[in-house]
Design a binder for this molecule. Structure first.
Ligand code: PEP
Ligand code: MN
Length: 277
């Protein structure tokens, strides 16, 4: 891979700390982003946010526009979900990140959220990358499920070229021949990205594994490989979730994850911020 193909994202350009609503990603401290797969109701989101904050998360996630594989599956609450995210984020003091599915949604998502997520299914959609880059908001760019690292970096370059200074990459697992796990967490890819780019890299062990019982172990591996943080799905009642019920953590499991991640973080010279109660 020739790093001159992505001069703005390349490692040579230094290291970048991205700020999302006052929370730094890519600095010495690790960042835990947590929350439900989908925003389902005010009560669900508030409960998820409070347990995320109690576990040490400093950014709230939640989908309002959901990129579901089936057109019959829950598609998200749309703008109502964005408004709930803003309200609950403000109430709990957590900045919020949520996905925009298409260029036309970018201004609306930017109005409500502190960062715009571009999902795995959309990593190759150049008009969306450009719109997110031009919005002025930080962008969390997820790796396409069949994208090479170079394609991910070129997608990031597209966002940077459109005017954004603040892009966070997310390794969320790639497709392999094995279907036991939903995807395959590319741990080596995380280590490689840290060498190739100045941009912060976070990992999503939830979509990478698709199985609740594997999420924490995958998270530990990602941090050991050099990830700057994690984005984890957690729900007050995972079995009742309207999307990704099998992979969302309970409040207790999220707290346990944070505790175990803290210990691995120290081993690799990083730190997870202390729990805010
Ligand atoms: C998500 O994080 O809400 C999501 C849909 O993940 P991905 O785009 O990685 O599948
Ligand atoms: Mn999900």
């Amino acid at each position: 891979m020739n790093a001159s193909a992505f001069p703005l994202a390349a490692r040579d350009a230094g290291t970048t700390v991205v700020e999302i609503g006052g929370v730094e990603i890519g600095g010495p401290a690790l960042v835990l982003i947590a929350g439900p797969c989908s925003v389902e109701s005010e009560d669900q989101l508030r409960a998820a946010a409070l347990s995320a904050r109690a576990a040490g998360a400093t950014i709230l996630r939640g989908g309002a526009f959901k990129p579901r594989t089936s057109p019959y599956a829950f598609q998200g609450l749309g703008e109502e979900g964005l408004a709930l995210l803003r309200a609950v984020g403000d109430e709990t003091g957590l900045p919020v990140v949520t996905e925009a599915l298409e260029p036309a949604q970018v201004p609306l998502v930017a109005e409500y959220a502190d960062a715009i997520q571009i999902g795995s299914r959309n990593m190759h959609v150049t008009p969306l990358l450009r719109a997110a880059g031009a919005s002025g908001s930080p962008v969390l760019l997820k790796r396409g499920m069949s994208a090479t690292l170079e394609e991910l970096l070129l997608a990031a370059e597209t966002i940077l070229l459109a005017g954004s200074e603040n892009v966070v990459l997310c390794e969320r697992g790639i497709r392999t021949f094995d279907s036991y796990t939903r995807n395959c967490l590319d741990v080596g890819g995380i280590a490689a990205l840290k060498r190739l780019t100045r941009l912060p890299v976070v990992a999503d062990p939830s979509h990478a594994t698709g199985r609740r019982e594997l999420v924490t172990d995958a998270a530990l591996a990602a941090i050991a490989a050099g990830a700057d943080g994690l984005i984890v799905e957690a729900h007050p009642e995972p079995e009742a979730a309207r999307s990704d019920a099998d992979q969302q953590l309970t409040p207790q499991e999220l707290a346990d994850l944070a505790g175990r991640v803290s210990r691995v973080a120290l081993a690799v010279g990083r730190e997870l911020p202390q729990v805010v109660s």
